[in-house]
Every structure is written in structure tokens, then in C-alpha cells.
Design a protein around this ligand. Structure first.
Ligand code: ARG
Length: 458
């Protein structure tokens, strides 16, 4: 018989049981469910709502059930519908009538909200740790590549020289913001909803803060109807996870590109590459492609959560059971991708020579040559025009700007002198960009130090 079977005269259809049941995905919240129940029942005892010795017995049995689950001794039943009723059923089967008092002053609606919040708080912090590991990797590689010159791109066309270090530190900023977003989202997950009841609170004089304290929540929810029907925290987390995946995916796209023979900026370690079943020469960046591909499913989860919630009247609706598979999949995917990405990046070998060569072709120092003329008194627009003509001349004559002789330079502008060669060397181009946030060695070193300090504080 179902825990809620009293008003029914017939069993549910087997198909309906399967359809309605969430145990095959919400069983992963067994620990949160048990810890939540243990805190609830202790409070019921302390507040004199049920006898304290009975509360103790329930609590003790709950912990035994927890142990048994962790040792693989418990089989959940589809007929018991979800993790909440499975555990309650097991409790009652072990201690009989006393066990039936656990659910006093509580509903599955506030219970599931509690479990999910507890679960996601832990997962958010686990993901934060993974992001921190990735930031350390970025700092380590950046530190060793402050002088590794590479082309910076706009429109995927070579634009201006930067360094690998500077490029990687751009990703540092992205993943740092992801950590900040996680922390911010965490604040809104961190509300304890028990006491909301089914929707209208409860007549029992519950001590909600006592439960919140035991379960390490910072605050309790402020409106019983919102307490059971709010899933903003799930959507927010899915959105933070989507942004993390978007960042990983952009990075992966670059890695895939950099691994091509055309670019050859990078070679992935064999441990994170795969071969082809037909083409013996192939070494494919599958890990990077898979991460890029999996970004779609995390976005999908976000869309599905937003859509599930968009038409729901207050308060709880069964539609909301659909929240779990979506957010679990998003969490699992990110937790799968971050460590593999981290290892793939840490073991990758960058080809400094190729990067330098690529930065040398393509006139990446043209802006610096224009700035050189400006420093000699030519207005920027005129100088832009003059250098444009030089570039066109070089393309015709198959040379780069620094290959031109002084006579050739002077035929475009008499203001050019021998110091031009130093002014347009790639190293000068990079190191003169000392502006805050620029690629000069000095500035990138500062960014790396700040990055290290930041990681000490989070
Ligand atoms: N399994 C349900 C869920 O995930 C738990 C809450 C059920 N509440 C209810 N009134 N049917 O949402």
C-alpha cells in the first residue's frame, strides 16, 4: 500500500507507477534526504512535537539506513515512487508506528526542495574546486610563457602580436568570473525551506532555524508558497554551468584549431588524443571536441528548466519533478569536462617556434609602425594610410614590413629612421603595450601575481 493510499480504493496502474516514479534519478539524493529528515525529527523532539525518545529512535534508525544504503544493502522500490517515500517506507518497516511520526509538520514539497538545495550546494562547491584547479593550471602555463609570442586574432585574421601567457590569462578571467557567479548563485541556494509544508506552512510550532543550523544553511526561506515552488536556484545554477561550458567550448575550439597541421601551435599529449580506425596517421583532439559537443546538452538543460517553470501556477506542481534530471545532467557533464580539460591542457605541448612564425607573417606589427610615425609627428589617420600602402607594397613584393630596407621605408615616409626596426620588432610591439590589462611581460606578470593572490582568497 502507498504511504498516501488512504483515500484510494484501487492500486495505481503499473504503467502509471513507472511514469510517476522518480526513484531512478532522485535516489542520488539519499544522503541529503536522510540528513534532512534527521535534523527535522530532532527538532520535532526538542520542540515537544513528538516524544524525544521516539525522535531519537527515528534519528538513529535513519543513520542506520544511511549506512546500509552506502554498503549496498538497500534496494529502492519503484512502487514507493521517490527517494523520500522509499526512505520513509524503509524506516517504518524497521521501527513500525514510531517511524510514522517522522513526516509530522512536513510535506514532500518542502522536503524535495530541501534535498535539492543541499545536493546542489555540495555540487556547486565541488565544481568551484575544479575551476580553481583549472585556474592554477592556467597560471602555471602562463608563468612559463610570458615571452612566448603568438599572433592575436580578430575575425580569426592575424591582428597584433600577443603572448601565449596573455592569451591564457584571458581565460583565467573568464573562469574567475565563473567562480564568482557560482559563489553568488550559492547564496540563493543556501535557504532552508522546511516549514513551508505543502504550501501553507504548518500549525506545528517548528523551530526552523534549529533545522537550518544543523544542516548548515545560512538562512530560512521567507514565504511558504515560494519555499516549495521556487526553482530559481536550479535555473541560476544551470545558467552558471552553461557559461562555464561556453568558456570551455571556446577554449576547445581554439585547441582543435591549434592542433591542425595548418596551425601546429599545439600538440596534445597522446593520453588525451585518439586515433582513427581507418587513417593510420590521424591523431584527433577528441577530448576537446567532446567538451565542445557536450556544451549543447548543458544549454539544453537550462532551456528545459526554463521551459518547465514558465507556465506553472503557485505553488508545487508535479512538473517540477522534471527539474532533477536536467540539473543532474548539467552538473555531471560539467564535473566530467572540467578535470579532463584541465589534464589535457596541463599536458599539452605548445610550439613556440610556430607561434612566433605565425606572428611574424601577416603584418601583425602594422599598428606599431603606424604608431611609430605618429610619434614622429604624423597624424594617426595619415599614418594609417601610409602604412596601408606599405602593406600593399609588401604583399606585392612578398615580404614583411621588417624586411624592407631603409630606402624602401623612406620612399613612403621620409620621417622613418633606422630605429624603425626596433620599434616594429614583435618583442617591442608586445612589451610596449604596458597599459593596464595589456600583453607586456611586466603587465602579464602583474596579472599572474594577482591571479595567485586571488586563488589564496577563494
Ligand atoms: N518526487 C517529487 C519531486 O521530485 C517529490 C515531491 C512530490 N510532491 C507531491 N506532492 N507529489 O518533485
Amino acid at each position: 500500500m502507498k504511504l498516501w493510499g488512504g483515500r484510494f480504493s484501487k492500486n495505481t496502474d503499473k504503467l502509471m507507477d513507472d511514469f510517476n516514479s522518480s526513484i531512478h534519478f532522485d535516489s542520488r539524493m539519499y544522503r541529503q534526504d536522510i540528513l534532512g529528515s534527521a535534523a527535522h525529527v530532532r527538532m520535532l523532539g526538542k520542540c515537544g512535537i513528538i516524544p524525544e525518545d521516539e525522535a531519537e529512535l527515528i534519528r538513529k534508525t535513519l543513520f542506520e539506513i544511511l549506512d546500509d544504503i552506502e554498503n549496498g544493502k538497500v534496494q529502492f522500490e519503484v512502487s514507493a515512487e521517490d527517494i523520500h517515500m522509499n526512505i520513509e517506507t524503509i524506516l517504518i518497516s524497521r521501527i513500525g508506528d514510531v517511524g510514522k511520526k517522522l513526516h509530522t509538520g512536513r510535506s514532500r514539497n518542502d522536503q524535495v526542495a530541501l534535498d535539492l538545495r543541499m545536493y546542489l550546494k555540495e555540487e556547486a562547491m565541488a565544481i568551484k574546486d575544479m575551476l580553481k584547479n583549472l585556474l592554477y593550471t592556467l597560471l602555471d602555463i602562463a608563468e612559463n610563457n610570458i615571452d612566448t609570442i603568438m599572433p592575436g586574432y580578430t575575425h580569426l585574421q592575424r591582428a597584433q602580436p600577443v603572448t601565449l601567457s596573455h592569451h591564457l590569462m584571458a581565460y583565467f578571467q573568464m573562469f574567475k568570473r565563473d567562480i564568482e557567479r557560482l559563489d553568488d548563485c550559492y547564496k540563493r541556494i543556501d535557504f532552508m525551506p522546511l516549514g513551508s509544508g505543502a504550501l501553507a506552512g504548518t500549525t506545528y510550532n517548528l523551530d526552523r532555524r534549529m533545522v537550518a543550523d544543523e544542516l548548515a544553511f545560512s538562512a530560512i526561506t521567507d514565504n511558504s508558497m515560494d519555499g516549495v515552488s521556487d526553482r530559481d536556484f536550479v535555473i541560476e545554477l544551470a545558467s552558471v554551468l552553461s557559461i562555464i561550458m561556453m568558456h570551455l567550448s571556446r577554449f576547445c575550439e581554439e585547441i582543435v584549431l591549434w592542433c591542425t597541421s595548418e596551425f601546429s601551435f599545439l600538440e596534445l599529449d597522446d593520453a588525451y588524443s585518439t586515433g582513427s580506425s581507418i587513417m593510420p596517421q590521424k591523431k584527433n583532439p577528441d577530448a576537446a571536441e567532446l567538451i565542445r559537443g557536450k556544451t549543447g546538452r548543458v544549454y539544453g538543460s537550462l532551456m528545459s528548466l526554463l521551459t518547465t517553470m514558465k507556465g506553472l501556477p503557485l505553488a508545487y506542481n508535479k512538473d517540477m519533478q522534471e527539474d532533477k534530471e536536467a540539473i543532474f545532467d548539467a552538473v555531471d557533464t560539467v564535473k566530467l569536462c572540467l578535470p579532463i580539460f584541465n589534464r589535457m591542457l596541463r599536458t599539452a605541448r605548445f610550439n613556440e617556434k610556430r607561434m612566433y612564425e605565425a606572428a611574424s607573417g601577416g603584418f601583425t606589427n602594422a599598428t606599431d609602425l603606424a604608431d611609430y610615425l605618429v610619434k614622429k609627428g604624423v597624424p594617426f589617420r595619415d599614418s594609417h594610410e601610409i602604412i596601408g600602402r606599405m602593406v600593399s607594397y609588401c604583399i606585392k613584393n612578398k615580404k614583411s614590413l621588417e624586411d624592407m630596407s631603409l630606402e624602401e621605408f623612406c620612399s613612403f615616409s621620409p620621417k622613418i629612421e633606422t630605429d624603425v626596426y626596433d620599434a616594429i620588432s614583435l618583442r617591442t610591439c608586445v612589451n610596449e603595450r604596458k597599459v593596464h590589462g595589456g600583453p607586456s611581460g611586466e603587465e602579464v606578470r602583474r596579472a599572474i601575481n594577482e591571479g595567485r593572490n586571488y586563488l589564496e582568497t577563494v
